[in-house]
Structures are given as structure tokens and as C-alpha cells.
Design a protein around this ligand. Structure first.
Ligand code: CDP
Length: 238
């Protein structure tokens, strides 16, 4: 448990299915910090667009309709006995937003300027009082460039697809491994090459390749980094 006098912002970015959420959640819980899954927010907007006929069968997003509808989309997080759940206009959509259908449409939706602008503003409000761990693609570069701790997580596409494949099976929404791998590769490509806030390592982020790490090893790595950063901050502040 931390003895920090100053709460900080922890930004965890990285590739799809790299285990960011798992490690971010654990760190937040150990520190008594708030955890925000920014990807869940993009997934919730995508689900809204799908449910309102704004995405064609071939995957084309009606940007104009979605931009206009953003004012009607409210995203909150609720703490439930099963963990933190995402609410879309008051409805618990935690299960729905994790489906492969949503995964298949989320990156084009997340590349839309008005969507990024609205969600970035909300994410910044969540972090206004610090004491937050947020994971995503652009947290250390765009949402909180001033974050005191930045981590960039990566692992091989095959390892990441395998983890997501197991997760989908456990959630009762199984898909073939090949489909999951194709989605991981496709999303990485769209996220890295989009014009606005592309996925990239912030210059001052520390890289974590967790391809061959167990969960406890990964948790220890993250907590050790936090402790080092906290020590430096406390020393600087006298
Ligand atoms: O869990 P996983 O890593 O598969 O993805 P996620 O964190 O749930 O994010 C889903 C998608 O939302 C990503 O593939 C990005 O296209 C988008 N996203 C983003 O653009 N910016 C963020 N800060 C977070 C997610």
C-alpha cells in the first residue's frame, strides 16, 4: 500500500489485448485509486452507433449522424459485485461491449474527430483530481501528457490474440482464434495509422513487453515502477 503524499496520474497505453486493463485495475485497487477503462468508452459509443443503425453492413460509419447523436450518449461506470461495469445511458452494457462484433467496429468509430473530442474531455474530467489509473491508446500522449507515470504495454500479436480468445470463451461469446487474431492485427493497424491521437509510445513512457510474463510478475513490475516514481516525487517535494 502506498504512503504517497501526492496522488498522481497513471497512464497505461498499448496494443489491443495486451493485458492493460488487468494490470491497470489491479494497480488502482492496490493504491486506492480510481480506474478508468477508456477503451470501454469507445466501445460504448460503438455499441450505440450499431444499435441506432449508424454502421452499415459493410462497416461504414455514418459520421454525421453519430456526431449529432453524441449529445445523447451518456457513459458512466458503476461498481458492482462483479467489478466495474460500463453504463450506456443508464443501461449496463459491460457484457455487450466486449463482443467481437463491437471489437470489429470500434477502431473506425474511435478514429472520428468528434468522438475523440467528446471522450477525451470526459476522460480529462475524470482525472481532474488525480489519483487515477487510466488505460487506452492515447492517455499518455493526448489525454494526460502531464501524467507522472506512463507505461506502454506490448506483446506479440499471437500471444495477445490467444489471451483475448480465452477471455471471449470464458465470457460465453466464443469466436475462432483466427478471427480474433485478424481483429487484433486490424485494430492495431487502424489505431496506429489514424490521423488523430494515433497509438504510439509517449517519449517519456516506460515500455513493458509482457509476452513472457505471468500476472504476478507483471503486477510486481508495475508496482516497483510506481514505487520508484513516487520516491522521486517525494524527494523532489522535500
Ligand atoms: O481491450 P482492448 O485492448 O482490446 O481494447 P480497448 O482498450 O477496449 O479499446 C478498444 C478500441 O478503442 C481500441 O482498439 C481503439 O480503437 C479504441 N481506443 C482509442 O482509440 N483510444 C483509447 N484511449 C482507448 C481505446
Amino acid at each position: 500500500m502506498t504512503t504517497s503524499r501526492h496522488k498522481i496520474i497513471v497512464a497505461i497505453d498499448g496494443y489491443s489485448s495486451s493485458g492493460k486493463s488487468t494490470m491497470a485495475k489491479k494497480l488502482a485497487s492496490d493504491l486506492g485509486y480510481r480506474y478508468i477503462d477508456s477503451g470501454a468508452m469507445y466501445r460504448a459509443v460503438t455499441l450505440y452507433a450499431m444499435e441506432h443503425g449508424m454502421i452499415s453492413d459493410s462497416g461504414v460509419v455514418n459520421e454525421k449522424a453519430l456526431s449529432e447523436a453524441l449529445k445523447n450518449i451518456r457513459i458512466d461506470f458503476a461498481v458492482t459485485p462483479q467489478g466495474q461495469h460500463t453504463l450506456l445511458n443508464g443501461k449496463d452494457v459491460e457484457h455487450l461491449i466486449r463482443s467481437l462484433q463491437v471489437s470489429n467496429h470500434v477502431s473506425p468509430v474511435a478514429a472520428i474527430h468528434s468522438v475523440r473530442k467528446a471522450l477525451t474531455a470526459q476522460q480529462q474530467r475524470f482525472g481532474a483530481e488525480k489519483g487515477i489509473v487510466m488505460d487506452g491508446r492515447d492517455i499518455g500522449t493526448t489525454v494526460f501528457p502531464q501524467a507522472e507515470m506512463k507505461v506502454f504495454v506490448t506483446a506479440s500479436p499471437e500471444k495477445r490474440a490467444h489471451r483475448r480468445y480465452i477471455e471471449l470463451q470464458q465470457n460465453g461469446t466464443p469466436s475462432s482464434y483466427e478471427d480474433v487474431l485478424a481483429n487484433v492485427i486490424e485494430r492495431d493497424h487502424i489505431d496506429e495509422t489514424r490521423t488523430e491521437s494515433p497509438l504510439r509510445k509517449a517519449d517519456d513512457a516506460v515500455v513493458l513487453d509482457n509476452s513472457d510474463m505471468s500476472l504476478p510478475q507483471q503486477e510486481k513490475w508495475l508496482m516497483d515502477l510506481f514505487n520508484r516514481i513516487e520516491k522521486d516525487i517525494n524527494e523532489c517535494n522535500g
